[in-house]
Write a protein that binds this ligand. Structure first.
Ligand code: BGC
Length: 252
């Protein structure tokens, strides 16, 4: 099983062991082409699969809404993706049938199966903080796909323009200031969804200690908020799980 995670800066792929959610090969990475048009990205994915020695079952993530295999949004990718049948694009390029899903949904699936959400019921929200903000919402382990809660309004703007990890870099925010912003975002999710658990993923999940106290100053204090466990590889692992059609339920 191969998982491929297509991001704004890099495309990453690896073989995945679905019994334990670990990578079964070295993780391969190629810079995302610019412009990251569907054809250019498909060629990059072909190169990644060549390095891995091919595969029969391939799952891929894109940072966009994917419904019925077709990409429906493009907040952080080339607008040419909108309306692209990504399943056909990748299946033709790789000569095998592919599964394509939203990147945060994939990361969430991996966290629910093998990470911080394993065995957790009720409403669980996985939030990925990166270039944008991605969300995956689960109820009793079942995914509600394409929730896109990174685009809810916060402080009069698109939440991801206010609290994504890239905003911390771009505006050179201290961990404290950025932690407060993330906390305000989490507080909004609490109000909207009353989740049992929020799992914070994305590259910054490994630096959770630097901002978690600041973040918690702005939340209700009633919701458990924890860092993701599978860190950078959640997208790859979740894509492979989705492609294998193993249900991502928390309890099964
Ligand atoms: C996109 C989402 C994506 C998230 C994280 C957002 O801008 O709209 O589809 O999951 O970024 O990459």
């Amino acid at each position: 099983m191969v998982g491929v995670d297509i991001g704004g800066t890099g495309c990453k792929a690896a073989l995945v062991d679905l019994l334990n959610g670990e990578l079964a090969s070295e993780r391969q990475r190629i810079d995302t082409p610019h412009p990251a048009t569907p054809d250019a990205v498909a060629q990059t994915v072909v190169r990644l699969l060549d390095v891995l020695g091919g595969a029969d079952v391939i799952g891929l993530t894109v940072p966009a809404v994917v419904r019925g295999g077709v990409v429906r949004s493009a907040a952080n990718i080339d607008p040419e993706w909108i309306g692209t049948d990504a399943v056909s694009l990748f299946s033709e390029a790789l000569s095998t049938s592919c599964t394509v899903l939203n990147d945060a949904d994939a990361a969430g699936i991996a966290e629910m199966r093998f990470g911080a959400g394993s065995g957790r019921n009720g409403v669980v929200v996985v939030v990925t903080l990166g270039t944008g903000i991605g969300t995956a919402v689960f109820t009793d382990g079942v995914l509600v796909p394409n929730t896109e809660l990174g685009h809810i309004e916060l402080k009069g703007m698109d939440a991801e323009q206010y609290a994504a990890s890239s905003v911390r870099d771009r505006e050179d925010l201290s961990w404290k200031r950025w932690g407060h912003r993330v906390g305000r975002y989490m507080a909004l999710l609490e109000k909207l969804l009353s989740p049992e658990l929020i799992i914070v993923g994305g590259g910054v999940s490994k630096k959770f200690d630097r901002y978690s106290d600041h973040m918690l100053e702005k939340t209700s204090g009633e919701t458990e908020i924890v860092p993701a466990q599978s860190l950078n590889q959640a997208g790859i692992v979740g894509a492979a799980i989705a492609a294998s059609r193993i249900p991502s339920t928390a309890t099964s």
